[in-house]
Each structure stands twice: as C-alpha cells, then as structure tokens.
Design a protein around this ligand. Sequence first.
Ligand code: BGC
Length: 733
Amino acid sequence: MKVKVEPEQLLASMTYAEKLAQLQIVWRPDSGESGNLARTGAGALFWPASAQATNALQRIAVEESRHGIPLLIGLDVVHGQFTIFPTPLAQAASFDPEVARADARLSAKEARSNGVNWTFSPMIDVSRDPRWGRVVEGFGEDPYLNAVFGEAKIRGYQGDDLSSEASMAACAKHFVGYSAAEGGRDYNTTDISLQRLRNVYLEPFRVAVAAGVASLMASFNAVSGVPMHANREMLTDVLKNEWGHGGIVVADAGGVGELVDHGIAADAADAGRLALSAGLDVEMGGSLLSDGEPIIREDLLDSARLDDAVLRVLRLKQALGLFDNPYVDESTAATGPDETSLSAARDTAARCAVLLKNDDGVLPLKPRGQRVLVVGPYAESKDHLGAWVQYFASPTTTSIAESLTEALPGSVVTTLPGATFFGSNPSRQAEAAAAAAAAAAEADLVIVAVGEPSDLSGEASSRSSLNLPGDQEQLIRAIAGSGTPFAVVLMTGRPLVVSEWIDQCPALLVAWHLGTEAGKAISDVLTGAVNPGGKLPMSFPRSVGQVPIYYNHESTGRPARIGGSLAHERPDVGLTGPNNTDDYYKSKYLDLELGPQFGFGHGLSYTSFELESSTDQALSATLDELRAGSRITFSTIVRNTGRRDGDEVVQLYVSDPLASVTRPVRQLRGFTRVFVPAGEERRVSLTISLDDLGFWTNDHHAGYIVEPGEFQVGIGNGLTSQDFSLTVTPRSP
Ligand code: BGC
C-alpha cells in the first residue's frame, strides 16, 4: 500500500546535501550520469528524449533514492514539442489569444505524455529592439499584448489541474528586463528606469503570477546594478512578498555561475549563496554540489530560506501528481503529430499571417488559368520551424511551391531550381537574379518567397543589420524590373527593414516562421482560402538607426508634427518627407521620414472594413465606481464593405494626456478579432476598468494609482481610429 507523504514531513527528514540536491535542474546530463543523479536525489533533470527513458529515471528516483522523491522533468516546449506551431511573435500577430492557448494545450498533451512535466515557456519579455534575436520568442513590443498572450499560454499549458496527463507546469521568463539589452546585443547590459520597470517590463509577469504560473525564470541581466540571479528586491520583495508568488524561481542556464562574471560573487559557492539568499529556488546549468558534497557552507545559508526553496519544489511535484504517479503510459506517448495537432497547426498558422501591402489586389491568387512562378530561397525551403525547436520537432511538411501546386490545379506553378540567394558570390547572384527576372517575364504572377533562416533569430542571434540577408533584395528588384505583378512573402523571426524595396513591391505578406504546417497555411492565405487578419505586434522600422521604435513611447517635449498631426495620430499619413515636419527643432532624424515603415497594430485584409462608433463619444465615471469594479463599455460597428468574408481586429487604446508623470502617448488596453461576412456588420464592445487607467508610481509605497481627469480612448483597426473622451472624477458631486 502506498503511504501518502507530505512535503513538510519529507523536508524534516532531509539532510543539508539532500535539500540542495532538490534545488537543481541538471543541465542535459548524459544518460549514465542522469541515473546516478536520480539515485542521489536530484530535484530535476532535462527531458531524456523519450517516455521510456523518462520512466526509467523516475523509477531510479522513486525506488533507489533515499526518500523516493520523483523528478521534475523540464524542457523548452516553446511553440511545440513535435507538432510545431507558429513562433510566439507570430502568434501575437494573430491578436487571437486562442491561438496561443491551442498551441499550449496541444503541446502540453504531446510533452506530458512523454513525461515532460515542466516547460520553460512562455517568454513575456516586452521586446522593442528587433536586433535582439529573442524577439521571436515573445509577444512583441506591448506590455498588455505580452500579458494577454502570456496568460493564454500559461492557462493552456497548466489547464485546470497540473496533475492531469495533459498539463505541465509553465515558466514565465525572463524575470526581468532581459529584452532591454543595450544595442540589441544578447546578454548585454540593461539600464531601466523604475517607471519602465514597473509599467512595462514587470507588467506581464505580474499578470502571469495572478494567473497562477507555477514558476518564473530569472534573467541574465542586472537591474539597477544587481544581477537578477542575486536580486533580492525583485525575486523576494516584489515577486514573492508583494505579488504572493508561491511557486518556484528557477535560474537561467548558467546564470548563477555568471554572478562571478558580473563581478559580484567571488566563486561558484559565493554565487550559489547569493542566489539562494536573494530568493532563487532552483539552480540550472551549474551545481550546488560537488561529488555529492555541498559547495556552500551550511552556516552561510539561512535555514528557513533553504527550507522554503525545498518546499516550493516538493509542493510543485505534489501539484503535478508525481508522488501519486511518477510514470507515463509508454504505449500512448506521442511520438509525432497527429491529425488533430496538424490541423490546429495549419489553422493557427494561417491566422498569424499579416498582409502589409496589397496594391491593385495582386493577392489573392486567381483560382485558375495562371502561370505562377515561385522564386526565392523560401520557394522550396522547409525551414519554417522557427528558432526554438528541438531536433525531434516534426519538419515542415510541404514547401510554399508544393502547397501552391496542390492548391491551384487549374494553374501552372513553376520554380527556378537551384537559386538560393543566401550566397555571397556577387557574379553568381547577379546571374541568378537575371534568370529569375527572365522567368518572371514569362509568368502572369510571381511569388517571391524571401526571409531570414530560422537560425538568424533566437538566443545569441542578434543582428546589427535588419535587411534581408544575402542577395535577396537584389532578387526582389530584379523581379520588379520584369514588369510582372508580384507579391513578396516574408519569412522572419523579427521585424525587418524593407525600405529599400517596398516602394517597388505591390504586395507584402509577412509569414514569420509558421511551423510544421507553414507551407499549407501560407498557401491557404495566398489563394484566399483564408483571408489574412493578423496585425503587427512589433513595429517594422524604416531603418535600423531608428531602433528602438515602438508605438507606446512616452510623450516628449518636442514631438514632430506633420500637417498639424502627431505621427502617432495619423498612421495613414506616414510617408511624408523628412523636412515636412512643421518645425525644425522637433524630435526627428534629418535623413529619415517620421514614424515606422509599418506600425504596431497594422495589417490589411482582402476585404475592406469600416468602423462606426455606436456609443456616446463622451463618457464619465467616478473613481469610487471604478474602485467598486465598474467597467466602461465602448462599442463600435464593424462593417465589411468588401466582397469577401474576413476578420478585423478592433483595438482599444487609452491615453492620459495630463498626469503627474509623463505617460505613453497611447497604450493598448483591449482588442478583439471578429469575423464579419461580406456585406454584413457586427457590433464589438470593449470595456475598460480601473486597471486600464492608472500607472505604477516612482514611489514603491504609493504603488498603482489612477489620477482623476480626462482620458482619451481610441477604438480603431491600426489604420483609422474613433476617439472618445472619458472624464474620471474623484466621486459623484
Ligand atoms: C535560455 C532559456 C532556456 C534555457 C534552457 C537558456 O540559455 O536563456 O530561455 O529556458 O536556456 O534551455
């Protein structure tokens, strides 16, 4: 008979060394080593790549270690285990949190069936510098979008019950400020004001903790000079005490040892002591033991802090149901995608595509009777999986050319074999571009499939240039010279600079890295089987020199105006010349037009929409009502004025033009993606509450405040906006 063991009881019988052993996830050990570690009571291991191997290690931990404590089994399941979904940045472009939830549910099912019970995902680092390769892993430049998508992922992974065979513990990362790396260079120094820290970088994590995330990962950077792996103020005061996080804080790989490189720890033992004392619970990528012996002197660690860390680990194991059943059913473990996961991967991928330009209705492709040429490195490539996949991920099933051939039986789809355009031999590339142009002249329409290979984004993959790599821009210009209409399909892990060719290019579809079913999903969008409805979660800059550029910057003293309007008020004006600003002494570049090339929230459709407000343009509320939980509703009618059914994303932005600190010019605080059949209309209502009107002050004790006054609320679709005013008074007169 099984005796029920409580974490507290276990803790009481553990030695100092056994406690420390629970506090480490062992970094990709080889198989023999894993067995020994499980036997000596290790807390967590990386997934050993099969259900059988996981069961074998759990059996050693349960049957051969002194306390029989099962193992946490961790893995980065970021956008899929076997079935690969769109990258997180692509998912954010769907503006449909259901996309993230579906990925997380299906990924959790595949992973947990194989014994993975802990994923190091989601990444909710607000990312405003596309040079930083890790922008691909998060949800873009907006704190609210990161919070909403992060929460959807966490709920998807964890479900209602962590012990279910389709759930695993999530890990919100990287806590906090990692994405602010100077120069966009991964692992570089960060310097973040308290305003930005509280209102931008911490916000998605605060929401993740409120949603019950099981763990958070410390980040590699320092905040105010204190590296996060030893930052007691953030790990303990804010995260655990202020927010009440009851789960684990895990190190990033090697992050504890790097306290030595940061220059705040003398050696590994000192680093471990600093990290645990600051509130870190689990070490990753290093070790707190050497040959089974603790490296930190016992009297140097507060025993209550140590016990707290161990209890957090044991309680997570308990919540995951591991004490009751540490094993998985090997006969039903997933070994690859199935019909359900592939169909979800295809549907979600198509929802992430963003149509940035479509002059003269070049897209969608006509159903028959066309000669369609598909060129560029992505015509036949299957490199669509994105940056965070493991070697066992299921490859992309079909290329764009293959999918289009299948989808357009009444047309002739051809490719140009052999042209890669990633090369550096100028004469060969010029020759290839000329051949492509000649073939284009014989076609009715050309699809130019270009982009960044998956491995140009992700960890340690910062770029100083945001142009298309290789000679792909030369290819686009050559096709433009052929006179044949064409559309560029852009595969990418980050916003790119497209300014050198966008004016010559009639249509641009951003297809990110869309995963296992990317080819089919892209073909669905190109043929119009799916009408694109995504919007940009990150601005596309005009030049790398503008970076960081993001829509929700704070008001400045000298904003540039074009014809009387601020750039952010007229996203439709955009492209006026640099010297068209109304006044010279304003914030601008002498050699660049104002604003991004394509801004946050922008995205077109094959149909057209009109928005018409259907609520009073002037609303009011009292602070008392808002504190009591009342919500203010803004409604709009979305009319599909075109000839195709389609999706529109209605976005709600709040601004606070007069406050005691400088506030962002506007902030996304609500959105909904709505399907509207051709010729029909739908009413969309979005609400805001107290949480949408205030900000965190510079005074830790004052916390979050809402200042009464006039607020502006804009409801729009990234192109047009209707403005409402909201008056908040302290109380009813
Ligand atoms: C990354 C983390 C990741 C960890 C484990 C680190 O290098 O920064 O995001 O979870 O590796 O794979």
